[in-house]
Design a protein around this ligand. Structure first.
Ligand code: ATP
Ligand code: MG
Length: 385
């Protein structure tokens, strides 16, 4: 029998992806994500009520730990800390009164009620009436129109949940529900944000970073690993390829103003090879249309020449300021702005803004781009976390 003090963290998932036949696949992935992080954080139980998930709160401090975990998991639409009561009017009113006395004195409160199990003798409006009365007796001011707080009652077959805060989760889809993708990661600000958006839509990341160091070992000591660490808050398991650029550099000494776009093409080809190896079905990059000379429609068309899988560019419509504020929120910004030895041709001074496709295709053929990319992948290092 639930005591009046019992609390649970209630997790609601997005409704849209629940409609199809894949419902249980999505919920199981979300549960697996949650379970894994809960087991790292301590001994927590995960309860599946069918229409929501819940974690009982046992001690002081648990709610902060749980809120922190929840704020980094995709596939959650809202969450709240709820007091649990028995599913009858007396218990619900008593617990609502206690909450009001301790947190809502003198405050205008709206009472919302919802039953997911309808087999009771009382309905939602009975709950609202009974709770409004006990809220008032406890010193709060029930008012359905002008209010500063909402007390939400949700009644299921087993229990009633009473909460006064409802927070937004990250949204998105559960990790891995969209399969794998190769995510191109530079040392800059944009690509970690684009990877984050890819992960948000359920893509499991296989990162690819092309580095300008003499050895992979040096690349492994660079800030890239730090950026991977920050992204792993959202996707704890990942693969990452660190591959050297010198194979490419050697074959494009005289490429002039086409070099930047050729480098992109090299990265795309390497990404495709890696994707095929791992059964990934897409590539994710951090381009934003028109942000720099290489990010025009013509150049984007050129860089993806010969690539036969979808290339997702989640930041295509973002302004730089928007990307920066998202990078701050995700936690990658401070690492992204640290000085870094970038692949040299990415900052090439002379960049053509409209590479002619036929000329470009010929160049790729002549220099055997696919072979160069394959060689570079072979010389790279695969990290698996
Ligand atoms: P970022 O801030 O992500 O570096 P950017 O604004 O500097 O992007 P570009 O240099 O044109 O733009 O790079 C566009 C995209 O190409 C990056 O967002 C990333 O996805 C990919 N990319 C760039 N450099 C590298 C690299 N060294 N290794 C892997 N991918 C890269
Ligand atoms: Mg960059």
């Amino acid at each position: 029998m639930p005591s009046r003090q019992q609390k649970e963290l209630i997790i609601k998932y997005g409704e849209l992806w629940l409609k199809g036949r894949n419902r249980s696949k999505y919920i199981n992935l979300l549960k697996a994500s949650l379970q894994e992080r809960l087991s790292v954080a301590g001994s927590f139980n995960l309860i599946d009520y069918g229409d929501r998930l819940a974690v009982p709160i046992r001690r002081e401090g648990d709610s902060d730990v749980l809120k922190d975990i929840i704020s980094k998991i995709f596939g959650i639409s809202t969450y709240s800390i709820a007091n649990v009561s028995e599913p009858n009017l007396d218990s619900i009113s008593a617990v609502s009164g206690e909450i009001s006395a301790s947190a809502l004195k003198g405050i205008r409160v709206r009472v919302d009620a919802h039953r997911s199990f309808k087999g009771y003798t009382f309905d939602s409006s009975d709950i609202v009436r009974a709770v409004a009365k006990s809220v008032q007796e406890a010193g709060a001011i029930p008012d359905p129109r002008k209010y500063d707080a909402v007390i939400s009652i949700s009644v299921t077959k087993e229990k009633a949940f009473i909460s006064i805060e409802n927070r937004e989760g990250l949204g998105g889809l559960p990790l891995g529900s969209s399969g794998k993708a190769v995510m191109l990661l530079s040392g800059g600000i944009d690509s970690p944000v684009s990877a984050w958006y890819g992960i948000k839509r359920g893509l499991h990341p296989i990162y690819l970073h092309v580095h300008a160091f003499g050895t992979n070992r040096e690349a492994k000591k660079s800030k890239i690993m730090g950026i991977l660490g920050r992204l792993s808050d959202y996707s704890p398991h990942y693969s990452a390829y660190l591959i050297p650029s010198h194979e490419f550099d050697l074959s494009t000494m005289a490429a002039g103003k086409y070099k930047t776009v050729l480098l992109k093409s090299f990265m795309m080809n390497a990404a495709q090879i890696i994707a095929q190896k791992h059964g990934a079905k897409a590539i994710v990059t951090g381009e934003s249309l028109g942000q720099v000379a290489s990010q025009t429609s013509s150049n984007i068309m050129a860089e993806q020449y010969g690539i036969s899988m979808p290339i997702f560019r989640p930041l295509i419509g973002f302004d730089k300021e928007e990307i920066i504020s998202k990078a701050r929120a995700i936690g990658t910004f401070d690492l992204s702005i640290l000085k870094y030895k970038d692949v040299c041709s990415i900052n090439s001074r002379e960049v053509s803004t409209s590479v002619p496709l036929t000329v470009f295709a010929r160049m790729l053929n002549r220099m055997r781009m696919e072979e160069i990319a394959a060689k570079a992948v072979q010389k790279g290092e695969l990290i698996q976390e």
